[in-house]
Design a protein. Structure first.
Length: 98
């Protein structure tokens, strides 16, 4: 979701908000949900070529990447992986160790 944005003291603000959830499909329950907001990323913006830095698409892309990385970290911190979701789905006797 994009909220608009603008410039303040020469800094571009291009806020991005991402809502995400993981749903266990058999039981239909939400096992994880999170929301991340990224407003600006001055350090990452400096990594772009000078002619790209002022483009809204580039600024939004950087903030979207930052928010998505934070969501990925949140999933890992919660211990949500394909394997843990699969183990929750099956009865214990049906889980095969690899």
């Amino acid at each position: 979701m994009w909220f608009g944005g603008g410039y303040l003291f020469g800094v571009a603000f291009r806020p991005v908000r991402v809502d995400a959830q993981a749903v266990e499909t058999v039981k239909g329950i939400t096992v994880w949900d999170s929301m991340e907001v990224a407003i600006y990323s001055r350090g990452r913006l400096k990594e772009l070529p000078e002619e790209q830095r002022s483009k809204k698409e580039a600024q939004l892309g950087i903030n979207l990447k930052k928010a998505m990385e934070a969501l990925g970290d949140s999933l890992l911190d919660a211990g949500i992986t394909k394997r843990t979701l699969w183990e929750e789905r099956l009865p214990v006797e049906d889980v095969v160790a690899f």
